[in-house]
Ligand binder design. Structure first.
Ligand code: FMN
Length: 425
């Protein structure tokens, strides 16, 4: 074989090997992409329900899993009388008589030395607005900074114990050290409560603290949270126990109140006889008028119907609004053509009034009321009927009639989550 033929064969083999290697590489990256895609699709298509198996417990080891924990600020003096604050979550009431509070501190904290020496401390309870100070007092040490000076908070010398309290915090508990225990990582200080001082702004007439006004802070999982939603009066919720175990539906727990309301809203078609007040209707209408509108035209007017005869007439004329015979109130959302703008965008009044209507439905859900959107526009016959019954001027076009009332509880929200309706690009 001559030399050039031999070289050509070697070259051809080398090219073949290169092509095979490239194809394998492509194949691998395709496989990788495919599995990434399937992970993504998988995580997107999983419904929240499939993530939760109630009552199936998994051991997570030794952790401080007390939820929620408090996040309060301890005030103390150093030997020279310099005031300091530190945030503590390892804190709680530990005795009733004498009323005592236990707080645990690491020896590395400046406050540890302060309290050991001064034999007193204050517990300063924040409202949620003060969270930045709570965070600051828990991240920096009095060994390095003057936390009062840096934050602008005001130290007030307690007239009862040898410790400062924070003027701007709404609740202050003044404690005298009675004993302490070295537990290992922390020293637990026990303080006898000498006095509690509370801002009058959050006190009820009987000197109880209004928790809604306080907006207490809780700490857990490395985050701070605001509390305050009323659940039940102590002792009253036991009335609901009937021997049937209740399985919490964790898939219906939402990250915040707005999402809870959105997902719990349902079309309510069954009402009790309880009347809805004028204030409640005004709250609904305020929510309606908070909706966005094209060019901020707010091209709407709202008719509030409470007369039995009128509600009944509407119920007779509107084929899908028979619940009006039961409801005590209805809101009719109308487009106001005089405010709807020029010809080019007059069409926006429907979107604008629809946004207002949805706000009304959501506000009703949030207030424990029920409501349902029953259509008027674009059906000519229904629009004519509503116009006639309410004696509407020509420029007011009724988009819908929304019966409002107290729900009987028969109507339930639907799960409309369908990942197949989403196209990700
Ligand atoms: C939310 C939160 C809770 C904390 N709880 C405690 C606690 O209970 N005990 C403790 O020793 N340190 C706790 N710390 C850490 C101290 O606040 C932190 O070490 C601080 O810098 C100590 O301040 P000092 O050195 O000025 O006393 C917590 C910090 C944060 C942010």
């Amino acid at each position: 074989m001559d030399k050039s033929k031999f070289l050509n064969i070697i070259l051809a083999i080398a090219v073949l090997v290169l092509v095979i290697q490239l194809m394998q590489k492509e194949d691998e990256s395709l496989k990788q992409n495919k599995s990434n895609a399937s992970i993504m699709v998988d995580s997107l298509t999983r419904t929240p329900d499939s993530l939760v198996v109630p009552f199936k417990k998994k051991s997570i080891g030794v952790r401080s899993a007390i939820y929620p924990k408090p996040a309060m600020v301890i005030g103390s003096y150093n030997e020279a009388g310099k005031p300091n604050i530190m945030t503590a979550a390892w804190i709680g009431v530990c005795n009733s008589d004498p009323l005592s509070i236990a707080v645990s501190m690491r020896p590395a904290t400046y406050s540890y030395g302060n309290v050991t020496h001064s034999k007193a401390f204050t517990v300063n309870i924040p409202s949620s607005e003060l969270i930045k100070y709570v965070d600051y007092a828990g991240r920096l040490s009095g060994k390095d900074v003057n936390k009062f000076k840096e934050t602008g908070l005001t130290p007030i010398k307690s007239n009862l114990v040898n410790a400062p309290y924070i003027k701007e915090f709404p609740i202050v508990i003044e404690c005298e050290l009675t004993e302490y225990y070295d537990l290992g990582s922390h020293r637990q200080f026990i303080g006898k409560v000498i006095d509690v001082k509370v801002d009058e702004a959050i006190l009820k007439p009987d000197d109880r603290i209004d928790v809604n006004l306080l907006k207490p802070v809780v700490y857990g999982g490395g985050n701070y949270y605001e509390t305050g939603r009323f659940l039940a009066k102590v002792g009253e919720s036991i009335d609901e126990i009937d021997g049937q175990p209740f399985v919490p539906d964790y898939s219906k727990i939402y990250a915040n109140d707005a999402l809870r309301v959105i997902h719990n809203r349902k079309s309510v078609r069954h009402f009790t006889e309880q009347l809805v007040s004028k204030e409640q209707i005004e709250t609904l209408l305020k929510a309606g008028m908070a909706a966005p509108t094209a060019a901020n035209r707010q091209p709407w007017v709202f008719y509030v119907v409470t007369q039995r005869t009128v509600l009944d007439s509407l119920g007779e004329q509107l084929p899908y609004a028979k619940m009006l015979f039961q409801a005590q109130t209805a809101i009719v959302v109308c487009g106001d053509m005089d405010k709807a703008g020029n010809l080019a965008d007059k069409g926006y009044w429907v979107q604008d009034c629809a946004a207002a209507s949805e706000n009304i439905l959501l506000a009703a859900e949030s207030m424990g009321l029920g409501a349902v959107w029953t259509a008027s526009y674009p059906y000519d016959d229904r629009t004519k009927a509503v116009t006639q019954i309410l004696n509407l001027p020509k420029n007011h076009v009724p988009l819908n009639v929304i019966p409002v009332g107290y729900p009987t509880g028969e109507d339930l929200p639907k799960n409309k989550w369908k990942p197949e309706n989403i196209f990700w690009r």
